[in-house]
Design a protein around this ligand. Structure first.
Ligand code: HEM
Length: 502
């Protein structure tokens, strides 16, 4: 071989390495202008992130400010903890920050980020988000699924009444509420193919999902060290978990494909059938593969169940700890649904204090405390700081909901603060962002709130509530569980006392 050509071939990799190095140095120079906690060589700030990252990041932000840069392994991560910077990211520069980073858990569980929540910003994301909104999550569809909510809430009330009349009357509310939110969502998605056995498997899988999203995978922070995940067995665990999802979703799909072929459900409005119609060449411009359908289904189920459950669970906890608020909200519900056995959806519009209670729970206990991570698509200037392309961004909604500048007595449970109606959760008030904001705002907001309001109203209408004997309010743990979605760590046991409607 020509020696010059040989030399060029040998030097080429070195040249690329050099260019990459120079690029990295210039990125870190630019980004280093941001406040940042001291780092340890190699791991950077990873050691400062606890299993409850929203809480450890809140503590760090008190020292280093509302916009700080952490170096998580090799990944520069911007942490936002104030409404004004949240506005910069999700309003002023929404397009720049409209993408998501690709995480190991999302790649393996969500079929290479083919779901809505982790899809990169672009046409595919836009199309599938539209399909989900049009067929499941928009106001019209949420109203259409009203019968599912009413039926599931009635079944829940009957179940509680049954347990309450037997044994010691203690009901594990966490289990009841978890089943409720899972049933409402899964019945809307899968219709009659949702059996009790499948529901149990699903609930177990959902909880594990959320933990995998905050588990430390070495590859997420040091992309070249993936082999360590294989060596430690963490990748194997994730893959086995993903196979369980795959098998279950495959069963649902097969069953619905068979039904569609046999001509059943041809006019079905079950979400899964709508998506299956997009797999065949039925003249639609946009076609989905089986894996893409599975990713989207998983997204809806996992994203929608735990979050709504967390709000209901925290609501019952906060109300039992605040008897005056409990009385006030029960008086409101019973006053509006006076003489009725159940609260119907037609009553909900008048329950302004109940709505305020739910808003306050979302402020103090946002189920997705760091929203979902974002990633910048290009270089961008945030006030005096230059943020390079591909910076990861975490927005601490949990910290923002406790910002003393915006919230008086931020740690107190005071639903009255929402009664004026000045603030809502639609992403325009940046000091209150439990559903996020901008292009990537949660599309399931309406679906979730409808279930939460109906369930909570009926729980408060049909029963009085007390703690099991031997447990005091002070003994109730207020600890969060770990996960991308946080719920309360401990299960909630309560004693319901049935009210006889006259
Ligand atoms: C109380 C209940 C819920 C809360 C607090 C919640 C919260 C959130 C948050 C904070 C985000 C990220 C927003 C951002 O990055 O700005 C999100 C995204 C998302 N949520 Fe929800 N969510 C809830 C219920 C639901 C339900 C019921 C569904 C569907 C059935 C759902 C589906 C999604 C999807 C698909 C995304 C990704 C959106 C995108 O990236 O384009 N969520 N949610």
């Amino acid at each position: 071989m020509d020696p010059t050509l040989l030399a060029v071939l040998l030097l080429l990799p070195l040249f690329f390495l050099l260019v990459k190095r120079i690029k990295l140095i210039s990125i870190s120079r630019k980004i280093n202008l941001l406040p940042s906690p001291p780092r340890i060589p190699l791991i950077g700030n990873l050691h400062q992130i606890s299993l409850l990252p929203h809480q450890s990041l809140f503590e760090l932000s008190k020292k280093h400010g509302p916009l700080m840069l952490l170096q998580l392994g090799s990944i520069p991560t911007l942490v936002v903890s104030s409404p004004s910077y949240a506005r910069e990211i999700m309003r002023t520069h929404d397009l720049v920050f409209a993408s998501r980073p690709s995480l190991k858990a999302s790649r393996i569980l969500l079929y290479n980020n083919n779901d809505v929540a982790f899809a990169s910003y672009g046409d595919y994301w836009r199309q599938i988000r539209k399909i989900c909104v049009t067929n499941l999550l928009c106001l019209k569809q949420v109203q259409f699924f009203s019968h599912v909510r009413q039926e599931e809430v009635s079944l829940m009330i009957e179940k509680i009444a049954r347990i309450a009349s037997t044994s010691n009357g203690v009901v594990c509310m966490s289990e009841i509420l978890n089943s409720l939110t899972c049933n409402v969502l899964c019945n809307s998605i899968f219709g009659s193919s949702m059996t009790e056995e499948r529901r149990k498997i699903l609930c177990g899988l959902i909880r594990k999902n959320t933990v995998f999203f905050v588990q430390l995978f070495v590859e997420d922070y040091f992309p070249r060290l993936r082999w360590l995940d294989v060596l430690f067995g963490t990748e194997g665990k994730l893959r086995r978990h993903s196979q369980k999802w795959d098998a279950l979703l495959g069963e649902f799909i097969e069953e619905h494909v068979r039904r569609l072929k046999e001509g059943e459900n041809t006019s079905s409005s079950e979400f899964i059938d709508v998506m299956l119609q997009l797999t065949n060449d039925t003249g639609t411009a946009f076609v989905l593969t089986n894996e893409q359908i599975k990713a989207i289904l998983l997204d809806m189920i996992a994203g929608g169940t735990d979050t709504s459950f967390a709000v209901l669970d925290w609501s019952m906890v906060e109300l039992i700890r605040n008897p005056l608020v409990m009385k006030k909200v029960q008086d409101e519900v019973r006053g509006i649904a006076h003489g009725e056995v159940k609260v119907g959806e037609e009553h909900l519009g008048k329950l302004s204090f109940l709505k305020a209670v739910i808003m306050e729970v979302l402020r103090l206990h946002p189920p997705v405390p760091l929203l979902l991570p974002r990633e910048s698509l290009q270089d961008c200037q945030i006030q005096e700081y230059s943020i390079p392309k591909e910076t990861r961004v975490l927005i601490n909604a949990w910290a923002i909901g406790r910002d003393e500048v915006y919230w008086k007595e931020p740690h107190e449970f005071k639903p009255e603060r929402f009664l004026s109606g000045d603030v809502n959760y639609k992403g325009n008030d940046f000091h209150y962002i439990p559903f996020g904001s901008g292009r990537r705002i949660c599309p399931g907001m309406q679906f979730a709130i409808s279930t939460i309001e109906l369930a909570l109203a009926n729980l408060l209408h049909c029963f009085d509530w007390k703690l099991p004997s031997g447990i005091s309010c002070e003994g109730i743990s207020m600890e969060d569980s770990t996960g991308i979605t946080t719920t309360r760590r401990e299960k909630l046991d309560l004693v319901p006392l049935a009210i006889h409607i006259t």
